[in-house]
Design a protein around this ligand. Structure first.
Ligand SMILES: N[C@@H](CCC(=O)N[C@@H](CS)C(=O)NCC(=O)O)C(=O)O
Ligand SMILES: [Fe+2]
Length: 356
């Protein structure tokens, strides 16, 4: 029996896929997302799976891979294309390679075009293929960066993907419209860029005129993915277990307003805005202690060490810096209030308006 889960990241519209052998419980994860590694890890544990490997379909430009975090958590091997040039992989893949998980396996197909080193992973019985950003549902990955090449993409799709059995289900790395899966038969008939009678030169003409802005996170994501998602200061990524938190690739632990409410009794809130903001129109969280960011370094001794700290400011930017300072100063239970007082108020949480 195959265990299969499709997971979604609403931030980057990325799909992550968990595939497991129901008999041996060995599993692989395709295209994990850095910030969602705790979610994926929880699912692996709840399904009693043994994660043997993570596989990336390519060097992503829009999000950081969760490969390194999953390796740290489970010891899973990091697998990706040999041609990617990334550092820190345990196994470099090339066309024709096979990746085993229990009694099942994936076969590697080189499908360059979106990037020069894109891979598609095909399940042993050819019932499913994970096409990365080569073939998208009724679309294709863009070809305007990372050695993208529309000619190569067209040929990859026609020689490696649309030649799979008609019923083979195709699972892409992204969908921006809420679609989840397609099939070879569907894309052959209805893909407006690559299906039907569309020729290679038609496709190239289409791709040359997409005019898309570069992904917002590209400057961070590409260098991070060239290290398989290993943070520069990986010591700061040490787990915190006092509340469900998110770890950003910038190295900051973050907490959502709702989680702060749920843990209000056990935590101390430190507000790092200026005194006039503390009593200004946004108000402050009940019981918050005011220490403006500029004074934090000199006043660390005033912070309680027996309770987790949540750091707040207006938007979450100054407090992210403060959180990082405190993490570096040895506070092991400290998190930034994501979105700051703006999000706190926006979500309707209570505030005090009085002085400190
Ligand atoms: N707005 C998105 C852009 C995402 C993007 O460019 N995605 C790439 C895949 S990495 C793509 O090929 N998109 C195809 C498309 O949007 O048609 C972001 O900032 O992250
Ligand atoms: Fe991509």
């Amino acid at each position: 029996m195959l265990i299969f889960r499709q997971l979604f990241d609403p931030q980057s519209s990325t799909y992550t896929y968990l595939l497991g052998d129901g008999r041996t419980r060995e599993a692989v994860l395709i295209d994990p997302v850095f910030e969602l590694a705790p979610r994926d890890a929880a699912l692996v544990v709840e399904l009693s799976l043994k994660l043997v490997a993570t596989l990336d379909t390519h060097i992503h430009a829009d999000h950081v891979t969760g490969a390194w975090l999953m390796k740290r958590r489970f010891g899973s091997a990091i697998l990706l294309s040999a041609d990617s040039g990334a550092e820190g992989a345990d196994r470099h893949l090339a066309h024709g390679d096979r990746v085993d998980f229990g009694g099942r396996h994936l076969t590697v197909r080189a499908t360059p075009g979106h990037t020069a080193s894109c891979l598609t992973y095909v399940l042993d019985d050819e019932s499913m293929a994970f096409t990365g950003d080569c073939m998208l549902i009724r679309g294709s990955g863009r070809t305007d960066f990372q050695q993208g090449d529309a000619h190569a993409l067209y040929r990859s799709v026609h020689s490696q993907i649309l030649t799979l059995p008609h019923a083979c289900l195709l699972y892409p790395a992204h969908d921006y419209r809420g679609l989840t899966v397609t099939s070879v038969e569907e894309e052959r008939a209805y893909n407006p860029r690559l299906g039907g009678e569309v020729s290679e030169s038609d496709f190239v003409g289409y791709m040359e005129n997409l005019g898309l802005p570069h992904p917002k996170k590209m400057e961070i994501a590409v260098p991070a993915n060239m290290q398989c998602g290993r943070p520069q200061r990986d010591d700061e990524a040490a787990e915190q277990s006092w509340a469900p938190l998110t770890f950003t690739f910038a190295g900051v632990w973050e907490i959502a307003p709702q989680t702060v409410e749920e843990h209000a009794a056990e935590i101390a809130i430190i507000d790092v805005r200026e005194p006039d903001e503390f009593v200004g129109p946004l108000g402050h969280i009940r019981g918050a202690k005011l220490i403006p960011l500029g004074q934090l370094g000199a006043r660390v001794d005033e912070l309680p060490r027996d309770r987790p700290l949540v750091i707040a400011c207006r938007s979450g930017a100054r407090s992210a810096h403060a959180t990082l300072m405190l993490q570096r100063a040895g506070f092991t239970r400290v998190a930034n209030l994501n979105g700051g007082m703006l999000r706190w108020r926006g979500e309707g949480h209570a505030v005090d308006m009085g002085g400190p």
